[in-house]
Design a protein around this ligand. Structure first.
Ligand code: PMT
Length: 412
């Protein structure tokens, strides 16, 4: 059995990468200290440029200590080398965080009045901007226009989040979670092939099968696996329709659409509606196999009831129905197994005429349902089997994304 890249490879993607952080003078600067600390833990080589105003918020010494790296502030402080050209050649990626409206305006208009703006002008590789400021400043047409201009010039822009700001205002302008920033930085180092806007359907989460108006039958699917796959596919150029049962998750912003359903019947209808025109279907959802024969239209009374029997009838097997109309589409199923993982998953692969089934052991508490982790075996229709050791669902989705791109590129 071939082992796929271990989790460590993904985790270490920033190891020995040269990352230049540009820090400007906004209150979110204290969050950037924690970003710097995470980058150090990931093994990145860091250099930091602080603008003059940023040093009024946090000292150069703090960044030097947290980043365990050189921190530059003055374009004229070195005699041996010219700092802005040296730094811009050294770095693989430049991240400006937090990026104030002032610095954004300067770089959008080609100013070079401090070491950071000078370095930006000379920098020709991947550039990430993390704007963070007061809502009114962010929503000012001048700022939005400057950001749009930078986006068109190739900057990767991390949208600020909405919420309560340091000044007490509520609105858009908050510095995003550092995990998001880290992910965008990692993305710069992942070489991915892309597909050209192929439609894809991903299902996720549980289904709810209603007994009455307040009670239902369901399962512990959190949607994490399916949401992660939808995101990875969207990043690779698929136009993703994510059809999901109830979860607490926020779908990735660049999906084609997010369709919220409750029951297996609703999921079936939504998949069917789109299937003919899709190129890919990934069924990650934990679809309930049975539903109550009757859905009561009122809350069942418990008084005078010692026991209650509910008649269950079968839900549609979405993948089985799909196998009857499948043409050129690639169809991927998941197999949730508690014993004989390979044997049972192979049976499902054949019965549902799948191209690939991803089998996971749902009897373990440290993977599968609700966990942030999973451990999977890939079983292909040609009999090939591969496995990924216990890894984050994010990483497993990343590998699945790569595999699906390979399958489509081989088909073309
Ligand atoms: O959501 P998480 O908390 O992240 O957990 C992820 C997961 C454990 C739910 C996921 O990794 C997983 O295993 N999904 C499949 C769950 C399942 O229903 O497995 P199954 O072996 O019962 O079904 C096999 C396949 O048939 C699945 O692709 C399923 O979506 C599909 N199916 C099942 C029943 C049904 N009526 N129609 C279907 O199409």
């Amino acid at each position: 059995m071939k082992k796929v890249l271990p989790w460590e490879t993904f985790k270490n993607i920033l190891k020995d990468k040269n990352i230049l952080i540009g820090v400007t003078g906004g209150i979110a600067i204290y969050k950037v200290l924690s970003l710097v600390s995470s980058l150090v833990k990931e093994g990145a080589n860091l250099k930091i440029i602080m603008t003059p105003d940023s040093q009024k918020f946090v000292s150069k010494m703090t960044f030097t200590s947290v980043g365990n790296c050189e921190v530059f502030t003055d374009p004229f402080e070195f005699e041996a080398s010219i700092p802005h050209t040296t730094l811009s050649s050294w770095a693989d990626v430049l991240v400006i965080a937090p990026a104030t409206a002032n610095t954004i305006a300067k770089i959008a208009n080609g100013f070079a009045d401090n070491l950071l703006t000078m370095t930006v002008l000379a920098f020709q590789k991947k550039k990430i901007l993390v704007p963070a400021m007061n809502t009114r400043m962010y929503e000012n047409p001048a700022t939005l226009e400057n950001i749009e201009k930078l986006r068109k010039l190739g900057w990767i822009i991390l949208e600020p989040e909405e919420g309560r700001l340091a000044c007490g205002d509520i609105g858009k302008g908050r510095y995003p979670e550092n995990e998001k920033v880290l992910e965008v930085i990692k993305d710069c180092f992942i070489e991915r092939e892309k597909v050209d806007n192929l439609p894809a359907i991903v299902t996720a989460g549980p289904t709810l099968e209603w007994i009455d108006t307040v009670r239902y039958i369901s399962n512990p699917s959190s949607g994490k696996m399916g949401f992660a796959i939808a995101k990875e596919l969207a990043k690779r150029g698929f136009e993703v329709s994510l059809i999901s049962g109830p979860t607490h998750l926020t779908p990735y912003e660049n999906l084609k659409e997010f369709v919220s359903i409750e029951t297996a019947d609703e999921m079936y209808r939504e998949v069917l509606k789109r299937f003919e025109k899709t190129s890919l279907l990934v069924m990650t959802a934990a679809v309930a196999d049975f539903k109550p024969a009757v859905r009561q239209t009122h809350k069942l009374k418990k008084e005078n009831l010692e026991e209650l029997s509910i008649k269950l009838v079968k839900n549609p097997d979405i993948l089985k129905e799909i196998s009857k109309i499948k043409k050129e589409q690639i169809v991927v199923g998941f197999a949730a197994e508690s014993e004989d993982l390979l044997k049972n998953a192979k049976k499902k692969l054949e019965e549902k005429k799948l191209d690939l089934i991803v089998a996971n052991d749902i009897s373990r508490k440290d993977i599968g349902f609700s966990s942030d982790y999973n451990e999977v075996k890939f079983i292909y229709s040609n009999g090939k089997v591969e496995e990924i050791e216990r890894s984050s669902k994010e990483y497993i989705a990343y590998v699945i994304g790569n595999k699906l791109v390979d399958i489509f590129n081989a088909k073309l």
